[in-house]
Design a protein around this ligand. Structure first.
Ligand SMILES: *[C@@H]1O[C@H](CO)[C@@H](O)[C@H](O)[C@H]1NC(C)=O
Ligand SMILES: *[C@@H]1O[C@H](CO)[C@@H](O)[C@H](O)[C@H]1NC(C)=O
Ligand SMILES: *[C@@H]1O[C@H](CO)[C@@H](O)[C@H](O)[C@H]1NC(C)=O
Length: 306
């Protein structure tokens, strides 16, 4: 009986010890597990859902970190020696047109019936701003980025003739217009905008003063820079969306002669601060330049510091 009691007592003790042991093991196991989990979760990469993303920087914050926006992939280096103005046209004829003028034997007999004798039209192309800037800059080389039918280029020819200034005008444009634009005849999918532009130049007897560079603005400006071609006066009037203007103005600025003027149309448009104006403002802010306006034009005269 006593033996039984002892045995029972020992059994109870044993079971307490066992329970204690199991509990302790469990605590240790839990502790180890939590340590391991803590360690694991600490060493694992941060979960994207845990921290709210920082708010996007404002335009003006970005402007304080130019490297974030100054990310053009520059594959070609600009020439260190700018070409003298009288070599600009010969260089374009040589590099772009394989040595002969695109106006030679233009228009060909098959082309003549397809284009109009003259077809110019462009809002703002006759604005007084051209004459004011040409009087101010007396440009030897003008580069127009976005030329369309050549109305403003031909207007500039008129102004320079009137003022007696010898000016060469390069018109950089892909001469595609825009998809769905049906005013210019298309042959097998090829819109004849370059041909109509050239016909307009021929009509106004301006083939000695105006030369098309029929490539996209980005690739064209990169090449002009590489060949050492610089402009005294640069007009930006190609794509009107932020990304296009931002690219054009940054590329074009590299080929602006120090002290030259860069300007463009449609500063105040319905796109408001999302298109041209945003790109121009940001560009001026980052480069510490001052913007002047004349009607719907923006003008940056690098002769005047901010
Ligand atoms: C460039 O002109 C040369 C002759 O001056 C001619 O042999 C060559 O075929 C021309 N190249 C092209 C792409 O038209
Ligand atoms: C250039 O001036 C002449 C004479 O004033 C005018 O007839 C012509 O339309 C003008 N051309 C352009 C493209 O402005
Ligand atoms: C172009 O020159 C021709 C020949 O000199 C002349 O007859 C014509 O009136 C000129 N056209 C323009 C638009 O100046």
């Amino acid at each position: 009986m006593r033996e039984d009691h002892r045995t029972q007592h020992q059994r109870n003790n044993l079971s307490i010890v066992t329970t204690l042991f199991t509990r302790t093991t469990a605590y240790i196991a839990v502790a180890l597990l939590s340590y391991a989990l803590g360690y694991l979760s600490r060493s694992s990469p941060p979960q994207p859902t845990q921290a709210p993303p920082p708010p996007p920087p404002s335009v003006f914050q970005l402007a304080n970190f130019p490297t974030q926006l100054d990310n053009f992939r520059i594959t070609a280096h600009c020439s260190n020696s700018p070409l003298p103005p009288h070599l600009v046209f010969p260089t374009i004829l040589d590099r772009v047109f394989n040595g002969s003028s695109p106006y030679t034997n233009f228009p060909s007999p098959h082309l003549s019936p397809l284009i109009k004798k003259k077809r110019t039209k462009s809002s703002g192309s006759m604005d007084a701003v051209f004459e004011q800037l040409i009087k101010r800059v007396k440009p030897k080389v003008v580069i127009e980025v976005g030329a369309f039918l050549g109305s403003s280029a031909l207007h500039m020819v008129n102004v320079t003739r009137k003022l007696g200034i010898q000016t060469q005008i390069l018109c950089l444009d892909d001469f595609r217009g825009r998809p769905g634009f049906k005013d210019i005849i298309m042959v097998n999918g090829d819109v004849l905008l370059l041909q109509q532009f050239m016909q307009n130049v021929v009509y106004f007897n301006a083939t000695d003063s105006v030369l098309p560079v029929p490539f996209s603005t980005g690739s064209g400006l990169e090449k002009l820079c590489e060949w050492g071609i610089t402009a005294d006066l640069l007009e930006i009037d190609a794509g009107h969306d932020f990304i296009s203007v931002w690219g054009d103005i940054n590329w074009a600025y590299r080929i602006l002669r120090p002290g030259g003027v860069i300007f463009g149309h449609d500063y105040f448009t319905s796109a408001d601060n999302r298109g041209i104006r945003r790109a121009v403002n940001l560009f001026a802010e980052m480069n510490n330049l001052k913007i002047q306006t004349d009607g719907n034009y923006w003008i940056i005269d690098t002769a005047f510091a901010k």
